[in-house]
Design a protein around this ligand. Structure first.
Ligand SMILES: Nc1ncnc2c1ncn2[C@@H]1O[C@H](COP(=O)(O)OP(=O)(O)OP(=O)(O)O)[C@@H](O)[C@H]1O
Ligand SMILES: [Mg+2]
Length: 228
């Protein structure tokens, strides 16, 4: 469903991603971990076709980085949910508006928008904040809005970039619960984080990045490498 084959990505002299190959199957839950600057966000953006490999091929569903037409990319994006590291919410609009926007841009009928937005806001526990401006929410609540917006189109893959980065442990646990629930509902999930413990304790598959390179994956039951 997602495949990277010998992917390199450079920004000028900086090699952000170096010879990365992996696959993610339908419905999987995978962590992508690595220190700051390891290339996590760059990998997520290549899946989202916001960045393109310098060489190698990225596939996401039926879309391939080397053959995709620019005009077809919005179609791919509608089938992916992306929770960005910096949320990318509209602060002076309501919670409802921030989530509804993802449905309106694909021309969804008003009644359907209303029903689906309420449904997804209920799932993330924000039904009581529907009319509030996003700028008045806490960090954990904003993260929930970002997740609701990413899920509202029922994506086949949810990309979450450092979703608990600025949250206290209680709120972080709540966010991981939401991601697990999306996974149980059939959505594949890819979480980028430097939170090694969360990844290890989750029991999910873990991809480890270091300086743009993927380390060999630990086999099930073996002791994971801790890096140095
Ligand atoms: N648009 C860009 N222009 C130039 N360099 C970039 C760009 N995007 C990323 N980089 C560089 O690529 C490398 C990987 O960046 P990336 O954002 O993917 O790391 P990350 O693992 O997400 O880090 P963090 O945990 O801090 O978010 C870094 O050295 C970064 O400076
Ligand atoms: Mg990042």
């Amino acid at each position: 469903m997602i495949s990277f084959r010998n992917v390199f990505k450079s920004f000028g002299d900086t090699v952000a991603v170096s010879d990365v190959s992996f696959r993610i199957e339908r419905g999987e839950f995978v962590y992508l971990i690595g220190p700051s600057g390891a290339g996590k966000t760059t990998i997520l953006k290549m899946i989202h076709h916001e960045e393109f490999p310098t060489s190698g091929v990225v596939e996401a569903g039926d879309f391939r980085s080397d053959t995709v037409r620019t005009s077809a990319i919005p179609k791919l994006r509608r089938r992916l949910g992306f929770v960005h590291q910096d949320f990318r919410l509209i602060g002076d609009r309501s919670v409802y508006e921030n989530v509804a926007i993802a449905l309106r841009i694909v021309g969804t009928a008003r009644r359907v928008v209303q029903r689906r937005v309420k449904e997804v806001l209920a799932e993330v526990g924000l039904l009581g904040r529907t009319r509030d401006k996003v700028s008045t929410l806490s960090g954990g609540e904003m993260q929930r809005v970002a997740i609701a917006r990413a899920l509202v189109n029922r994506p086949f893959l949810l990309l979450a970039d450092e979703p608990t980065g600025n949250l206290d442990p209680g709120n972080a646990a709540g966010i991981y619960e939401l991601l697990d629930r999306a996974h149980l509902g059939g959505t594949a999930v890819l979480v980028a984080t430097h939170d090694q413990n969360a990844a290890r304790l989750s029991g999910h598959r873990v991809l480890r990045l270091e300086k743009g390179r993927l380390l060999p994956e630990a086999l099930p039951g073996s002791v994971p490498r801790t890096g140095s």
